[in-house]
Ligand binder design. Structure first.
Ligand SMILES: O=C(CO)COP(=O)(O)O
Length: 253
């Protein structure tokens, strides 16, 4: 049985004091990490404070991006070495906003996935189609290409630890959630892709989140689907109450 993973992706929101307030509101109230993984994906500037505050609690801290190189002349970038040194445990890679606005490619995502494993960071790799691709019936081939590229060159053991997040771009921040059946259909396809590209064991173990307008009102139905193992949540993860409802839902399924 795959353990559910609920991750709040704050995107470019919250100053450090707000981030600390959020963590103090949730840290004693999240379910045990034996039951569900609760992850907060925060801007770089808040990571040191959040990692400190999360010590000894069931909240895990994630970065929202990183460079693939360990150090060097990359002005403005943050490296996997720096995240590992801080005690960050997860890193979101290849979010559609980064692919669309910051030139993230399948190739750079794959390099970052390898860099994550070299530095004991668990990658949460985002994939998903645009509305145009969905309407042109290109969802499955597009997502398949992204998944295969992201996992290229990983060992079976590493693939088992990856978290994939299926986020249809047309459902992000729009209030339009994919129906749970639509979401599950693509997540099932992703698992089939992992099975044929890697192995049945890897496909059974890998966790696949859904993301795109997830909120307390629709999370139960999404998590009840056969191939959805969690949620990557933007807007509805910003308030402590709402985040707590989402992680509780992960526990119940
Ligand atoms: O992009 C997302 C999470 O990474 C989804 O954002 P929303 O939950 O705000 O639609």
């Amino acid at each position: 049985m795959r353990k559910k993973i609920i991750a709040g992706n704050w995107k470019m929101n919250k100053v450090v004091s707000e981030a600390k307030q959020f963590l103090s509101d949730v840290k004693e109230n999240v379910p045990s990490s034996d039951q569900v993984e609760s992850v907060v994906c925060a801007p770089f500037v808040s990571l040191p404070a959040l990692v400190e505050q999360a010590k000894g609690t069931d909240v895990k801290i994630a970065a929202q991006n990183m460079h693939f190189e360990e150090n060097g002349a990359f002005t403005g970038e943050v490296s996997p070495v720096m995240l590992q040194d801080l005690g960050v445990e997860y890193v979101v890679l290849g979010h559609s906003e980064r692919r669309e606005m910051f030139n993230e490619t399948d190739e750079s995502v794959n390099k970052k996935v390898h860099a994550a494993f070299s530095h004991e960071l668990t990658p949460i790799v985002c994939v998903g189609e645009t509305l145009e691709q969905r309407e042109a019936n290109e969802t499955k081939p597009h997502v398949e290409k992204q998944v295969k590229a992201a996992l290229e060159g990983l060992s079976e053991e590493q693939v088992k630890q990856v978290v994939l997040a299926y986020e249809p771009i047309w459902a992000i921040g729009t209030g339009k959630t994919a129906t749970s059946e639509q979401a599950n259909e693509v997540c099932t396809h992703i698992r089939d892709v992992v099975q044929s590209a890697v192995s049945e064991t890897a496909a059974d173990a890998i966790r696949i989140q859904y993301g795109g307008s997830v909120k307390p009102a629709n999370v139960d139905e999404l998590l009840a689907q056969s191939d959805i193992d969690g949620a990557l949540v933007g807007g509805a993860s910003l308030e402590a109450d709402s985040f707590l409802k989402l992680v509780e839902a992960g526990k119940n399924e």
